[in-house]
Design a protein around this ligand. Structure first.
Ligand SMILES: *[C@@H]1O[C@H](CO)[C@@H](O)[C@H](O)[C@H]1NC(C)=O
Ligand SMILES: *[C@@H]1O[C@H](CO)[C@@H](O)[C@H](O)[C@H]1NC(C)=O
Length: 363
């Protein structure tokens, strides 16, 4: 009886110890759209969802999870590099107690920088709401480990934010003569979107983020959906490419401005455009048979409509760059994250993730 009491109290001491002292591992927070959503939209009444087969076919459980991938997505693979479990979607009821200390994923498929982006998806977590949830998260953690430890956890954490693609695909170019395209010429629209993004990133900093990876957009005109919809000859659509070419350099510029105002390299630009273009231009070099045809879909390039149980499905997802009309396969995501980790300044500016991690927990 005594010994089991000792054993029990030892176990609970350990549990309390773990709660009071956040482990050496860093927390990880994720904000953004479907490229990084790991299941929040499952809890929402929205049409932007990935909760039916064959999504998740190569996930460890072989079941759909809400990730827009055949298996793992970019945040999952970053978590692997951090030596941690994947973060849970913020809306998951399992995100309680100690599991909060690993971080959280606030991303929601369909959203953009602008509030009107993705309006057709109805109930999604727009970026301002994601930041409100981040604040709410911090209050919850604070009641577990106290305000100082929470501040430390938040300041030391790695943050990933992926936004912008939908402001073109699901807004400006969603339909011909969209409201935004009648309101703005493309260069003016990009400038407006970028100025809104700068406010969002400044708010993220105000909420305690100190190590923030910011991905630009990929080559928007080259995804199977755009090849099917807008390209006649299988080349990347020049109009969406023009949007990405205007957006990405201006994003790097505002990150530089924010960093110089802060006086520290809080924001790191991840050149998703170049990372994706590498395997889009020479798929064979990366072991893909094609970068034009999606594994799951229908119509030309399997680029029309959604990936559903009725779609064409390729037997080997590892030899396709694109899983569905918009999203890379797990294998392509692994190539992207390896550039996050060790890429040169052409890919990660001013530093890569292995440099951030090697700097230890504090700048
Ligand atoms: C977007 O909506 C939020 C409230 O949810 C508001 O604070 C913000 O100003 C809006 N942004 C724009 C550009 O209208
Ligand atoms: C990126 O990572 C590699 C390998 O860890 C390192 O040698 C290189 O200097 C890093 N580059 C930058 C710009 O941080």
């Amino acid at each position: 009886m005594t010994s089991s009491w000792i054993l029990l109290s030892f176990a609970s001491l350990l549990a309390i110890g773990e709660l009071l002292v956040p482990s050496e591992a860093r927390a990880f927070f994720v904000f953004g759209d479907s490229l990084v959503d790991n299941g929040n939209n499952n809890y929402l009444a929205t049409t932007a969802r990935a909760d039916s087969p064959p999504y998740g076919i190569d996930y460890p459980t072989h079941r759909p999870t809400g990730r827009f991938s055949n298996g793992l997505n970019i945040p999952d693979i970053i978590s692997e590099h951090l030596g941690e479990e994947s973060t849970l979607p913020y809306l998951s009821p399992e995100l309680q107690g100690e599991r909060l200390l690993v971080g959280a994923n606030f991303a929601s498929a369909g959203i953009g920088i602008l509030n009107d982006t993705g309006y057709q998806f109805i109930n999604i977590i727009r970026i301002n709401r994601q930041l409100e949830y981040y604040q709410q998260y911090q209050e919850r953690v604070s009641s577990l480990i106290g305000p100082e430890q929470t501040q430390r956890l938040v300041n030391d954490a790695l943050v990933l934010i992926t936004l912008g693609g939908n402001d073109f695909v699901n807004n400006y170019y969603l339909v011909p003569f969209s409201a935004r395209s009648r309101e703005f010429a493309l260069p003016d629209y990009v400038q407006y979107v970028i100025s809104e993004y700068k406010k969002i990133l400044a708010r993220l900093y105000d909420l305690g983020a100190r190590h923030v990876l910011v991905t630009g957009t990929g080559p928007l005109g080259c995804v199977p959906a755009e090849l099917a919809l807008r390209s006649r000859n299988g080349n990347c659509d020049p109009e969406l490419q023009r949007a990405a070419d205007l957006f990405n350099p201006q994003l790097v510029q505002i990150l530089n401005e924010l960093n110089s105002n802060i006086g520290s390299d809080v924001f790191v630009a991840a050149n998703a455009y170049k990372m994706n273009l590498d395997f889009i231009t020479s798929p064979q070099t990366y072991g893909f048979v094609t970068s034009k045809i999606a594994c799951c879909g229908q119509g030309p390039y399997n680029g029309i409509g959604l990936c559903t149980p009725a779609s064409n499905l390729c037997p080997n997802r590892d030899i396709y760059a694109f899983w569905d009309p918009f999203h890379p396969t797990e294998r392509a995501n692994r190539i992207i994250v390896s550039q996050f980790m060790t890429g040169s300044t052409d890919y990660m500016n001013p530093m890569n993730l292995s440099t951030i991690l090697a700097m230890g927990s504090r700048i």
